[in-house]
Design a protein around this ligand. Structure first.
Ligand code: DGL
Length: 264
């Protein structure tokens, strides 16, 4: 079926999931919305996150998407089930994928999760990890400054490293062999996070498992694009287009991709 797949996030973070989707689903067209005008979602109430996420889903539904990927952990935690009930197309999130990635990697079942305040408060990662292996020890940490740092375009250099080090300091005396990047913005600063936790820790994100899940769902519902078409991806931002464009170019390296402004 030659219809786009919708992907949503509060900002640029979901592009880390798009990157893997381009790899696993090269024949599919992606329509992406980053709600940069209202980012970060992490400190917002569940009601607000649900309302904003539903607006993005409605906008993409009006563009006739065939599937929706909620490429935001904070939004997945509150909106996955309501949107799965409300939408006429399949909807997937990123939290189970992140938990699966960690369980595949860990040897000790000592797992750290870093995420936004909203995701940590929801307990969604504890639930998802425990449902895969109930004896896991999970250490959760909210890192509120990191999403605004990435969205402001500072994701390299000594200032960014110092903020990452400070944010992860509460985990200094905790032993774990695997860390989940429980926010889709964090793979953009994965190098800084790896510097902070050391080389013995496996740092995993939900991106690859989410892309594989998206492929499996398309296959299950016979929704894959089987036509010989050239994908015409579109990338929309509710806020500043230039900043979004910079991350789009740096991260996805799609020379023709142009960020567009959108109203929800
Ligand atoms: N990328 C979002 C996530 O995965 C960031 C949330 C935010 O805007 O705070 O949680």
């Amino acid at each position: 079926m030659n219809a786009p797949i919708g992907v949503i996030d509060s900002g640029v973070g979901g592009l880390t999931v798009v990157k893997e989707m381009l790899h696993y689903l090269p024949n599919e067209t992606i329509y992406y919305i980053g709600d940069t005008a209202r980012c970060p979602y992490g400190p917002r109430t569940g009601e607000q996150v649900l309302a904003f996420t539903s607006q993005m889903a409605d906008k993409l539904a009006s563009m006739n998407i065939k599937m929706l990927v909620i490429a935001c952990n904070t939004a997945t935690a509150v909106a996955l089930e309501p949107l799965q009930k409300a939408c006429a197309f399949p909807v997937i999130g990123v939290i189970n994928a992140g938990a699966t990635a960690a369980i595949k990697e860990t040897k000790t079942h000592e797992i750290a999760v870093i995420a936004t305040a909203g995701t940590i408060k929801s307990g969604a990662y504890e639930e998802a990890i425990s449902s895969l292996f109930s004896k896991s020890n999970i250490y959760s940490l909210a890192c509120p400054p990191l999403v605004p740092m990435v969205e402001s375009g500072q994701y390299e250099g000594p200032f960014a490293q110092a903020l990452v080090d400070k944010s992860l300091a509460p985990l200094k005396d905790v032993t774990f062999d695997t860390m989940i990047l429980g926010c889709t913005h964090y793979p953009i600063i994965q190098g800084l996070i790896e510097n902070a936790v050391g080389k013995d820790v496996h740092v995993v994100s939900s991106a690859t498992e989410t892309a594989k899940k998206a492929k499996a769902i398309l296959d299950y519902y016979h929704l894959e694009n089987k036509e010989e078409t050239v994908a015409e991806h579109r990338f929309f931002a509710t806020g500043s287009v230039p900043m979004f464009q910079t991350v789009l170019e740096n991260w996805l390296q799609l020379p023709y991709a142009r960020a567009e402004k959108i109203e929800l």
